[in-house]
Write a protein that binds this ligand. Structure first.
Ligand code: PEP
Ligand code: MG
Length: 748
């Protein structure tokens, strides 16, 4: 026998669905729906409040309250009982609404005569759309079944809102994904872009929230759940090579997928009239609203698992996958929770911008975005919930800000900014063939940083003198397995060929720390930036280092070769790495293969200790390149990945500059070539300061060469050095104001 409340609920949901099919505008539908719900729930009032903007709810339809109040009564998020439901995402059920804390009296609605109140959120996977309320005169608490039933109805309303059922004449109201929204994230790569959203993993669209035949819907759900469970079991079988922690994560995932409670609740939703996919979404958003309130990190982590499982289940049920057949829009801006470096490279330069919810400055995606010079904003929380494919979007990589569906005034201001940047780029392009000299004729060699084949066209375009830092780890990061020696040799050869005689300084593998290879067992390290990384790993596991050195020797085909070792902390490490290289060259020679005509072996100075190494180290090193990103983080003890501290200390702080000067003096004393290749080398103010102090080779991202050269050609490094010295003599902590004042006073 079918439970009466179940059959009532199913009838109501079917009627709601029918309102979608009948002609009429959005308001007609809302009016009919409030009438149907009040009738079915046997309450005097049913009202629908929808978001007018992300902070304001508006009464959009009512049965029972004063119709004059429709589209007039508004409340802020968190205000009154309705605002509370919207803010918390949890139902509010009371027999005596006026006595509730925070109750807001709205005389225009005439609601004072209704005592009991039940409000449930209209939400879809953590996305707040509005609030559905029923009220009655009789002072009674609504039963659990009634609360549950109203939540099911709200789910159908959420799907209908999503499908645009209520947008009609009412324009913005109740129209999910219609408001302009601004996201404040962090800079991953500078630059500005305007384009259209391309979701890396598009949302699943539920077109049939109501199910006609509960048994058939439950059978569909059971089948999808079984497939999902089998997929996870397969993942576990394939996890033999994973470490304990990864397996534990998968086990937790499996437990959730096999959870009886989860499947039972979805079946109950179906009994009340939802389709299988709407039931999955309902449980996902209810659990999300609950877990989001939790401060427990473990529980919040489970939220990711639940989202992931629910999305998989939805894809199984709807047949919608990553490949939905949608076409990349013009000027695509990729929006994703996160993305791997290989996937990002697949899109390549087609993308105008990238916006991620997660990621970090040193993440692989950020490294690739930088290599491709695509503006990137990271930490744009919840943007994948808000954005739809094709939405207009502005990416401000300089400020770390994203405007989704921007107002025209914002878009216009933004276009001005892009135009100004384009104008500046054109000016810089005109400088390409001009020498990088200051007014007094001091020459500074401007090199570029690279790591991908895709970078190399910039060598000509930017006017760089060569590649001062070739980050070889990118080739390892974008593959799913260790690249073979032959592959690497072919790639390095193409790099040397493309440089057409200009120098390329290859840095051997710098992995560990933030750069974790997908096929390498991650090391549990309390502080990976100071852990087993770069040359430390290369010396302890020499197989990969030797293979890479062989590939470099072969790629040189008897031409000159420059190799530098990353993260050297002591001369011993440098000597051991250099000895390995020399041994490999001997081996090649014995085999009768060509060896480099000129070999230059250098070290990256990224740890303060190396600056204090004995003279013999500097004398035995062909060149030193300061890796300022790492050096600065260790000098100031401020993690380069930590947003809280990474901008806390100024590169132009007199202590840091004094330290750099010591390195310059030591290199000068032993006649060792010196360059600087951290991010600061590409910042015009910092770059000129280093040049004034005596570093005459700077390696930077290609896009920075124009701006640095432009400023250098207008400055006089001797005058700038005098300004820096005068400021230091005055006892400042940072010379930035003095340098900026000098540069601002330049003509032209
Ligand atoms: C540096 O540390 O400055 C550097 C150039 O190396 P990476 O940024 O790759 O660590
Ligand atoms: Mg480094």
């Amino acid at each position: 026998m079918v439970d009466r409340s179940e059959s009532d609920s199913r009838t109501l949901l079917r009627r709601l669905r029918d309102t979608l099919a009948t002609p009429g505008d959005g308001q007609d539908r809302l009016d009919r729906i409030t009438h149907l719900i009040a009738h079915s729930m046997r309450t005097q009032v049913c009202s629908i409040y929808l978001f007018r903007d992300p902070e304001t709810l508006e009464l959009c339809a009512t049965e029972g309250l004063n119709p004059e109040a429709v589209h007039k009564t508004r409340m802020r998020l968190g205000e009154g009982l309705v605002g509370r439901v919207a803010r918390t995402g949890q139902p509010a059920n009371t027999a005596n609404a006026p006595a509730e804390p925070g109750f807001r009296y709205m005389p225009e609605t005439g609601e004072e005569i209704y005592s009991s109140f039940l409000g449930v959120p209209i939400q879809r996977v953590g996305e707040k759309l509005g609030v559905l309320v029923v009220q009655s005169r009789e002072a009674r608490l609504f039963s659990d079944d009634e609360v549950y039933g109203l939540e099911v109805v709200a789910m159908v309303l959420a799907e209908m809102t999503e499908l645009g059922a209520f947008t009609g004449d009412q324009g913005g109201i109740g129209a999910a994904h219609r408001f302009p929204v601004m996201f404040r994230g962090s800079t991953g790569q500078e630059g500005a872009a305007e384009g259209r959203v391309w979701l890396h993993e598009p949302r699943v669209v539920v077109t049939n929230p109501v199910g006609d035949d509960p048994d058939a819907e439950k059978a569909r759900l059971d089948e999808a759940v079984s497939t999902l469970q089998a997929q996870i079991d397969d993942m576990l079988i394939g996890s033999a090579s994973m470490d304990k922690e990864q397996r534990q994560v998968l086990e937790a995932y499996k437990m959730l997928a096999h959870s009886r409670g989860w499947v039972r609740r979805m079946s109950e939703d179906i009994d009340l009239g939802l389709s299988a996919e709407a039931a999955v979404e309902k449980e996902q958003s209810t659990a999300r609203a609950r877990l989001e309130q939790s401060t427990d990190a473990y529980l919040r982590e489970r939220l990711h698992d639940l989202d992931d499982l629910s999305n998989r289940l939805l894809r199984l049920l709807t047949g919608q996958g990553k490949d939905t057949g949608a076409e990349l829009p013009e000027n695509p801006v990729l929006v994703a929770r996160n993305i791997g470096p290989a996937e990002l490279l697949d899109y390549g330069r087609k993308l105008k911008g990238v916006v991620l919810e997660e990621g970090s400055v040193g993440s692989h995606a950020a490294i690739v975005a930088r290599a491709l010079a695509i503006p990137l904003v990271i930490h744009a929380a919840r943007i994948t919930n808000e954005a739809l494919n094709g939405d207009p979007i502005l990416v401000d990589g300089d400020q770390g800000i994203v405007h989704l569906r921007p107002e025209e005034t914002v878009a216009a201001a933004f276009r001005d900014k892009i135009a100004m940047q384009a104008e500046a780029q054109k000016r810089y392009a005109d400088l390409r063939n001009q020498p990088a000299v200051d007014r007094a004729g001091n020459r500074v060699s401007l090199m570029m940083n690279a790591g991908l084949m895709a970078d190399l066209p910039s060598l000509k375009g930017s006017g760089a003198d060569g590649v001062g830092l070739f980050r070889t780890e990118l080739q390892f990061l974008i593959r799913s397995r260790v690249p073979r020696r032959g592959e690497l040799a072919a790639l390095y050869k193409r790099v040397i060929d493309a440089a057409q005689g200009a120098k390329v300084q290859f840095r051997t593998l710098d992995i560990g720390s933030d750069k974790v290879l997908p096929y390498m067992k991650p090391q549990e390290e309390p502080n990976p930036a100071m852990g087993w990384r770069a040359i430390r790993l290369g010396l302890d596991k020499p197989g990969v280092l030797r293979m890479q050195l062989q590939a470099l020797i072969r790629a040189s085909e008897g031409r000159p070769l420059s190799v530098m070792f990353p993260f050297v902390a002591t001369p011993d490490e440098f000597n051991a790495a250099k000895a390995t290289l020399l041994r490999e060259i001997d081996r090649e020679a014995t085999l009768g293969r060509p060896v480099p005509s000129d070999l230059r072996v250098g070290a990256m100075l990224e740890t303060p200790s190396l600056a204090f190494a004995p003279d013999s180290f500097f004398a035995g090193c062909d060149f030193i390149s300061i890796g300022g990103n790492d050096l600065k983080q260790f000098f100031f003890a401020a993690d380069r990945e930590n947003e809280r501290v990474r901008r806390r200390y100024d590169t132009l702080d007199v202590s840091f500059l004094g330290f750099i000067e010591q390195i310059i003096a030591r290199c000068a004393a032993s006649d060792t070539a010196l360059s600087f290749c951290g991010e600061d080398a590409g910042r015009p103010i910092e770059a000129l300061t280093f040049a004034a102090l005596g570093i005459r080779k700077l390696s930077m991202r290609p896009a920075s060469i124009g701006p640095v050269k432009h400023l250098l050609r207008r400055a006089d490094l001797t005058e700038l050095k005098a300004a820096i010295d005068a400021a230091r003599a005055g006892g400042v902590q940072t010379v930035r104001p003095a340098v900026t004042a000098y540069l601002a006073g330049l003509q032209g």
